[in-house]
Design a protein around this ligand. Structure first.
Ligand code: ADP
Ligand code: MG
Length: 244
C-alpha cells in the first residue's frame, strides 16, 4: 500500500482557455494535515474539487487511497472516502440538525436508522452541539452550523476530510470554536486537507503548508520553515499581508 493516501500528479486544469491548475503535484501521507493557502483565485478550491472528482482534469492524475480518479468506476468509492466542509455550511434548511447528519449515512452507506441516530448523536457530542439535535439550522449561529457540517461529514466515516475556507464566513468570535473541533480531529489522526488563512491553526497542526499562486504550488514546507524561513518572495509578501 502506498504510504501516501493522496497523490496529485502533474495536474493541469483549464477553464475554457485559462490555465487554473498548472502542473500541480502534491503528496499527502495518512493522518497528516496539509494546509493550502494563497491569494483569492489562485486555484485552491479548484484543486479540492479535482481531488473529489467534481472537476475533470485536462492532464495528470490523482490517486486516492490507491484508486485513480481517472477511472470512472472508482469515483463513487473515492467520493465516499472524502468528506467535504465548505465556507457556506450547506446544511439542508428544512431538516433538523440530527436529520442533516443521518440522511446520507442511511441513503449512501445503508446504515439503519437507529444506528445512524446513535452515531449522529455521538458526533454531535464530539462537536459540542448535542443539545441542538432537534433544532433547524437557521436557529443556530454560524459557528454552530459549521460544527454540524463537520459532524455531517464525519458521519460518512471518510478517510480524508477536506475543508474549503471553513471559517471565512464566520464572525470572529466563532472562529475558535470551529478551529478547536478541527484541531481535535487532527489530533485524533484524521487525514485533512484544509484551505485556510488561519495561520495559528496551520502552526499548531499542519504537517505541511502549501502555498499556491496563479495555479501553481510555489512553496511547500513544514510550518517552522514556512513561517521562519519562507523561500519564495510571493510567500513572504503573502505572509506579511495576512500576519499583520
Ligand atoms: P481560489 O479558491 O483559490 O480562490 P478558485 O479555484 O475558486 O480559486 O478559482 C481559480 C480560478 O478559476 C479563478 O480565476 C476563477 O475565476 C476560475 N474559476 C473557478 N471556477 C470556475 C468555473 N466553474 N468556470 C470558469 N472559471 C472558474
Ligand atoms: Mg476558494
Amino acid at each position: 500500500m502506498d504510504k501516501n493516501i493522496v497523490t496529485v500528479e502533474k495536474v493541469n486544469k483549464y477553464f475554457s482557455k485559462i490555465l487554473v491548475l498548472n502542473d500541480v503535484s502534491l503528496k499527502i501521507q495518512r493522518s497528516n494535515v496539509v494546509v493550502i493557502c494563497g491569494p483569492s483565485g489562485c486555484g485552491k478550491s479548484t484543486l479540492l474539487r479535482c481531488i473529489n472528482g467534481l472537476e475533470s482534469l485536462n492532464s495528470g492524475d490523482i490517486i486516492i487511497n490507491d484508486k485513480s480518479i481517472l477511472n470512472k468506476n472508482n469515483l463513487r468509492a473515492i467520493r465516499l472516502e472524502l468528506g467535504m466542509v465548505f465556507q457556506q455550511f450547506n446544511l439542508f434548511p428544512h431538516k433538523t440538525v440530527l436529520e442533516n447528519i443521518i440522511l446520507s449515512p442511511i441513503i449512501n452507506l445503508g446504515i439503519n436508522k437507529d444506528e445512524a441516530i446513535a452515531n449522529g448523536r455521538k458526533l454531535l457530542e464530539r462537536v459540542g452541539i448535542l443539545q441542538k439535535e432537534n433544532d433547524f439550522p437557521s436557529s443556530l449561529s454560524g459557528g454552530q452550523q459549521q460544527r454540524v457540517a463537520i459532524a455531517r461529514g464525519l458521519a460518512m466515516q471518510p478517510k480524508i476530510m477536506m475543508f474549503d475556507e471553513p471559517t471565512s464566513a464566520l464572525d470572529p468570535e466563532m472562529i475558535k470554536e470551529v478551529l478547536d473541533v478541527m484541531i481535535e480531529l487532527a489530533h485524533d489522526g484524521m487525514t485533512m486537507i484544509v484551505v485556510t488563512h488561519e495561520m495559528g491553526f496551520a502552526k499548531e497542526v499542519a504537517d505541511k503548508i502549501v502555498m499556491m499562486d496563479e495555479g501553481s504550488i510555489i512553496e511547500e514546507s513544514e510550518p517552522k520553515d514556512f513561517f521562519g524561513n519562507p523561500k519564495n518572495n510571493r510567500t513572504k509578501l503573502f505572509l506579511s499581508k495576512i500576519l499583520n
